[in-house]
Write a protein that binds this ligand. Sequence first.
Ligand code: UD1
Length: 362
Amino acid sequence: MKVTIIAGARPNFMKIAPIIHAIEAAKRNGNNISYRLVHTGQHYDQKLSGSFFDELNIPTPDVNLECGSGSHAQQTAQIMIKFEQELQENPCDYVLVVGDVNSTMACSIVAKKLHTQVIHVEAGLRSFDLSMPEEINRMVTDAITDIFFTTSELAGKNLEKAGIGADRIFFVGNTMIDTLIANLDKLRRPDCFDQQGLEQSNYWVMTLHRPANVDEAQKLLDLLNLISKNAGTKPIIFPVHPRTAKTLNSMGALPGNIILTDPLPYLEFMYLVHYAAAAITDSGGIQEETTYLGIPCITLRENTERPETVEIGTNILCGFDPELMEKAFEDLNSGKWKKGVIPDLWDGKAAERIVEVILACA
Ligand code: UD1
């Protein structure tokens, strides 16, 4: 059985790594399964792409479609055109896509139109906010997926409400958490830790890259001022995504306790999260990683497609509401943060379960 695995953007890489390793293990055990790894090139910088392959032991892709950046339509179209040719030249039984980036949607459409079965890992997540491109990507991908792997029971319910038969939905856990668990003892202290004199549990780590937070300079500056004021003397380490860098470059000086760094490799970034007092983010994955690690997480979004991180985890949503943010910072600074629990099946074995199901489907 041949599976073509798609990876395109940073959050995909930690999700595919354990699946590749589980397929390799199944193959070594005599199962008839092989994979071809296709990188769409949506992310292309070493810091957003190559470093993840090196650190997570992901083999060099069989092909890089080098689609690169562009508007949504340009990027999606480019990926579709190039992946159509790739799949025609290298047919397979299944195309496996992960997450919700443009590469996920583009490749699933191409696969389905070439009558190839689509597997979606991290299916069924819904923010119900169609102003986010990722929500459109999730809905379109799930509308044409054949086999759905989910990270939560709720994701399965979302799919069933959309008319998907329960026999095609498999609640397997979270491959991003598989990667975190597999690498917990390999986390590496980044240079900035000592350079900035950081102390365990006495700094915050922050990531912001959603267009709604970072595309308008004044809005971003207001946000950074508010966060900085509430941090007091605590340093805030802020690895900057290229989209955010564009806006920051057009702004004046930032508050002194905000320390900018380049995007960090996975093992260094997760070290920072692991030992932080809290994370402030608009990312999807970091909401999950902090819940697993039990680190307080303040999410600067009005909704989340990962509600379990709020309901049972350590995450709260503050939207863009300064009052909610002030209240969250107050709770954080006075040590009143809720204790979370780890969601079901976030146990490091999701990828093994995925490969078992794929083998059983053959
Ligand atoms: C994409 C995903 C988002 C994910 C994020 C993680 C979509 C719709 N969005 O957003 O869900 O959370 O990745 O990073 O798929 N750029 C570089 N170097 C690169 C890649 C991009 O400098 O290697 C710059 C380009 O100027 C580009 C911009 O970043 O225009 C945005 O990149 P893009 O892939 O379009 O979206 P992200 O904001 O990264």
